[in-house]
Design a protein around this ligand. Sequence first.
Ligand SMILES: [Zn+2]
Length: 292
Amino acid sequence: MNLISFDIEEWFIEKKFNGARQDKYVQYDAILSRILDLLEEKECKATFFCLGKIACDFPYVIKRIAERGHEVGCHSNKHLWLTKMTPKELRKDTKEAIMSLEDVYGQKVVSYRAPAFSIGQQNAWAIEVLAECGIERDASIFPAVRDFGGFSVFKEKTPCLVEFNGCTLKEFPICTMQIFGKEIAYSGGGYFRLFPYSLVKKTIQTSLYAMCYFHIEDFIDTPKKMMSKEEYEIYFKEHGYFINRLKRYVKSNIGTGDCFNKMNHLVSECSFISLASADRQISWDLVNKVII
Ligand SMILES: [Zn+2]
């Protein structure tokens, strides 16, 4: 079973941090069109995890996704890391996001992905808060070490149930492969752009489960500038040392020129479904339950 997902946030990030440049919106709109056309051509339905703020400020983006029959999920309201929130703040953020998204989408929003995969052992209470807000499916667990977020002690490799304090969600973890004994993601973001297409395809084709994830930024092939110290600190809420900014710069630019082509090949050679349709195919009484 292969799932494909997109995190939709760039319009809001541009407005909040970079001054709402019209040419950027035109670029994001064009990339979204290419993605939607490609998915339609391949008869593939995806899950688009969208910010509540996109539904408020750019409702046409949500409408375009929904009109093509894709699932709209929630990617928080304002793209703040869950590790920086209290349970009360997460409850408010999630409720606001769901309300705004459902208003435009016209259907229930029950799938969720945390910004930067920011659900880990230290804030496992997020599972309870999300369940209370009406979320049923989660795709926030990244079972490997990463700069932000990550849940490296999580061992399930396929869809499972996660429970915290008696509340349960259907979990669709990010998939990893072992390289030199380390669990490394391969099916989205910078990892997908960095690894050779043949390796990604072979791993997906020989796995029982894969979860691909993309951002609009993955497909922008004009080089992004290195963030200033101030920009970095406002956005990532950590010290903007040169080395941190350099790492981010390399990660955000690597392989972007070829990413759309790679995705095109992948959806041509493997079949992908949304979380909603995977949910219908899984016998949930047979999967493992992880109490976190
Ligand atoms: Zn995001």
